[in-house]
Design a binder for this molecule. Structure first.
Ligand code: GTP
Ligand code: MG
Length: 407
């Protein structure tokens, strides 16, 4: 069964930027990733879409043909997509089959076998016996959607499209709901975000990961957060918000309503948040791991690793083993994962001490760069020594005249 993320969220919350970043990140991790653009207003997304709704219908077409405004036309486009599910499933089927036949090469680190001497770059995985073909259950599809919130709160087309993908193509999907982190700076906006998150979870009925996006901008806002970041991400005791809401002139007359909304969100006990700064590797890695868990996805690069319980045999669906193992080799020499997992670190990094962290990161990248350069030099040195040895052996076999430099 292929897996996928349905990336949703209000306009400007960072969906397309995240999808593009995720595509690059997962490609670097060697995952078979495809991106599907379901936003009919985005004719030229930054990522290379494997399938785009634009080839079926565009927002402008819908507006012209039916004399609709942009919002009405957007709903029309999604309804049109729902009526053309055969088109979507055929396009997806074709894109996944193509990727299965043509997996790109896995990334290699400097000094690893194949790093310097593999010069075969033609796309021949289908005929390359040494390189395994990806399986359908390895496929990872990311769906970028429009920003109209009603599409995921009270309009049913997106929900039915998702249900059809699950039924017809066997997709395992999670909703990844991006909401701008700046909303937590204002108690009343935070309450609105909580309500939106809860409503969307109840509507879509998917495994759901809520995300406070653009967390890197929190420290730059110049405003102080009344509570630590983990208070907002864990959504534990919302009664602490009430004094803030009662102090605010705009919201004090709605004190009863606010209390009821907070009680409602707490009673459901469903809403919590991850955080995202899309250009930060640790932040992306943490989010990818959380979503992997929600999906029960074991990446192909890890699923073939031996587990303790399998005595050296590949144990492909042991998800616990996935987390017991070291991360993908691309990150094996990066910071320990635990440091990327702590909300306190995120608070320190993006809210309290962003400039110091910035300097620390730059030093770390520099050190990583030097390390990689050193490894590359070391690998080239080894190759040069090997070549010299081979030449020496050739000389020994053919006699000293062959050893004279040609100059
Ligand atoms: N600082 C910062 N800016 C971000 C981040 N993610 C997105 N942005 C910016 O936020 C703006 C909106 O991003 P988009 O990706 O277009 O948002 P969207 O949700 O796709 O918007 P719609 O498709 O219109 O609903 C862009 O200017 C991005 O550069 C982030 O993690 N940090
Ligand atoms: Mg977008």
């Amino acid at each position: 069964m292929p897996v996928g993320q349905v990336v949703i969220g209000p306009p400007g919350s960072g969906k397309t930027t995240y999808v593009w970043g995720l595509y690059q990140f997962l490609t670097a991790l060697g995952r078979p990733v495809l991106v599907v653009n379901l936003d009919p207003a985005a004719n030229t997304p930054p990522y290379p879409p494997a399938v785009s709704i634009d080839s079926l219908i565009s927002l402008d077409d819908a507006m012209d043909a039916h004399h609709l405004g942009p919002n009405g036309a957007m709903l029309y486009c999604l309804e049109y997509l729902e009526e053309n599910l055969d088109w979507l499933t055929e396009q997806l089927e074709a894109a996944m089959s193509h990727l299965e036949r043509n997996p790109p090469k896995p990334p290699t680190l400097p000094g690893q076998p194949g790093e310097l001497d593999d010069d075969s770059d033609e796309d021949t995985a289908a005929t390359d016996g040494a390189r395994p073909r990806w399986r359908r259950e390895d496929m990872y599809v990311v769906f970028d959607t429009p920003g109209q919130v009603e599409l995921s709160t009270n309009h049913d087309s997106l929900k039915r499209v998702v249900a059809a993908l699950q039924k017809r193509l066997g997709f395992r999907l999670a909703a990844v709901h991006l909401m701008d982190a700046s909303h937590i700076l204002d108690a009343s906006r935070y309450v609105a975000v909580l309500l939106l998150a809860l409503r969307t979870m109840l509507q879509l009925e998917l495994p759901h990961v809520n995300v406070l996006s653009k967390v890197d901008l929190l420290g730059q806002s110049g405003e102080d957060l009344p509570f630590n970041l983990d208070y907002y991400t864990e959504v534990q005791d919302l009664s602490y918000l009430l004094p803030l809401l009662e102090r605010d002139q705009r919201t004090q007359k709605f004190a009863g309503l606010n209390r009821t909304i907070c009680d409602l969100v707490e009673e459901f006990g469903l809403v919590s948040f991850e955080t995202l700064a899309v250009e930060d590797k640790d932040s992306m890695l943490r989010l990818v791991q959380v979503i992997d868990q929600a999906l029960g996805y074991v990446p192909p690069s890890l699923s073939s690793l031996p587990t303790a319980s399998s005595s050296g045999h590949a144990h492909q669906h042991d998800h616990a083993a996935h987390h017991a193992h070291a991360p993908h080799p691309a990150f094996a020499d990066s910071q320990p994962l635990s440091s990327a997992l702590h909300t306190g670190t995120i608070q320190e990094k993006w809210v309290d001490h962003s400039s110091e962290w910035n300097q620390f990161e730059q030093d770390r990248w520099k050190a990583e760069g030097e390390w990689a350069a050193e490894r590359a030099t070391e690998a080239s040195r080894k190759l040069a020594v090997e070549r010299a040895k081979r030449e020496q052996m050739a000389v020994d076999e053919t006699g000293p005249s062959a050893a004279q430099p040609s100059s």
